[in-house]
Design a protein around this ligand. Structure first.
Ligand code: NAD
Length: 379
């Protein structure tokens, strides 16, 4: 089946290349160049976002045409071979570009990874540097989209909106059985990671009249100006009625919430994670929900989301017992990595990704690329 898929894909590649040659008679001759890009993990919004935008974008390019082909498959060691004949691959949050995949891409002649997201924790950037691949991302698309979604998760969880709405739609207009929430006004809200998204969220939290405390390895002056107080990690755990996780997934942030941190949390704390699932040890989260140490969680990301998110599993049996436990818990609100998903953010993802590809084709490679996420050499 894999071979058949590969062959089908190869014939699509040939068609795309022929098309590219047709649309650009001077293809790769003289000064004119075609950049061939294979876009992995594409769903409808990706194709409809890139399709018309790419046609317009190409019209404004001189001596360069970008040709993009799409595959629904994720990038991994099995599907890397699809990239035969392409100059670049375009990836998303659940594609895997570990060192083996990068080595294969490099052997196939792929020279660039255009990540159409801000986070790039599944790309081995050290390996990319070693194999001479340029890696560029979309550093900010709409931090507002993510911050607003994070607050929506909190309020949906806190005010039991999902349960309340489904009961009302079944003509049950009572307030019995677990609909009571709490005021956020006057509560202590902890934000871990006060960068672009966390900083905007701090403003939203202040708008609710909450007491804002923060933890970050770098303090954000704008957050301090609006009254955010930086505290230690343990102080944030002890004092917060609500905790938002807003930092990237790094070795230093992996499993920030774990069995050891659990006892430090205020009883009944509400947790919101829109950043990366790996920030939370799922076993510890389930334990916290079971004992009531964690009163509820709003999550847009899940540690093992790669096997499920962005796919329709409604007619299939979910095999991940931890995911099943989370989905069966009334104190869990889960969305499938959609915090970024607004029109403004998608437009920005598309335009920045195309600019990243153009800049690469115009010679901005490696660390010179304006949106490079390759590791910088230590000074
Ligand atoms: P950013 O780089 O602007 O901010 C991240 C902040 O985390 C920085 O202030 C940094 O100093 C801080 N940080 C780093 N290490 C830390 C540590 N050990 N402890 C505490 N803080 C630490 O990033 P951003 O644009 O605000 O995005 C944050 C994350 O949100 C991204 O890395 C990505 O994983 C996630 N994200 C999710 C979605 C979604 O749709 N769910 C969309 C975009 C981004």
């Amino acid at each position: 089946a894999h071979l058949a898929r590969l062959l089908r894909h190869e014939s699509k590649v040939s068609r795309a290349l022929a098309q590219a040659r047709g649309s650009s008679p001077d293809d790769d001759k003289g000064d004119s160049k075609t950049l061939r890009v294979l876009c992995y993990d594409t769903t409808e919004w990706v194709r409809s976002g890139f399709g018309p935008a790419l046609m317009e974008f190409n019209k404004g390019l001189e001596n360069l045409q970008i040709v993009m082909e799409y595959t629904e498959d994720r990038l991994n060691a099995r599907s890397a071979a699809y990239a035969t004949g392409y100059d670049a691959v375009c990836t998303f949050v659940n594609d895997t570009a570990d060192s083996d995949v990068i080595r294969m891409l490099s052997m196939l002649g792929v020279k660039m990874i255009a990540q159409r997201a801000a986070g790039f924790d599944r790309i081995d950037t050290k390996a990319a540097l070693t194999f001479g691949l340029t890696v560029a991302r979309v550093p900010a698309y709409s931090p507002y989209a993510v911050a607003e979604h994070a607050m929506s998760l909190l309020m949906t969880l806190n005010r039991k909106i999902t349960r309340a709405s489904s009961r009302v739609h079944m003509s049950n207009f009572t307030l019995d059985s677990g609909l009571m929430g709490m005021d956020i006004h006057g509560k202590t809200v902890g934000v871990m990671g006060t960068g672009k998204i966390g900083g905007i969220l701090c403003n939203i939290i202040k708008g609710f009249g909450a007491n804002l405390i923060c933890f970050d390895v770098f303090e954000n002056d704008e957050v301090k100006q609006i009254g955010g107080k930086y505290v230690t990690k343990d102080e944030l755990y002890e004092q917060s009625d609500v905790i938002f996780l807003m930092m990237p997934l790094l070795p230093s942030t992996h499993h920030t919430l774990n069995m050891d941190t659990l006892p430090k949390l205020k009883q009944g704390v509400l947790l919101v994670n829109t950043s990366r699932g790996g920030l939370v040890h799922t076993g510890a989260l389930l334990e916290g929900l079971k004992t009531g140490r964690i009163g509820g969680v709003g999550m847009d990301v899940y540690e093992n989301e790669a096997d499920y998110f962005f796919q329709d599993w409604s007619a299939k049996q979910i095999e991940d017992p931890q995911l099943v436990s989370l989905l069966g818990n009334n104190n869990v609100i889960m969305t499938a990595h959609q915090a970024f998903f607004t029109k403004e953010a998608v437009d920005k993802i598309v335009s920045t990704t195309l600019e990243n590809l153009r800049d690469y084709a115009k010679g901005m490679t490696g660390l010179e690329h304006p949106n490079s996420c390759l590791p910088k050499p230590k000074e």
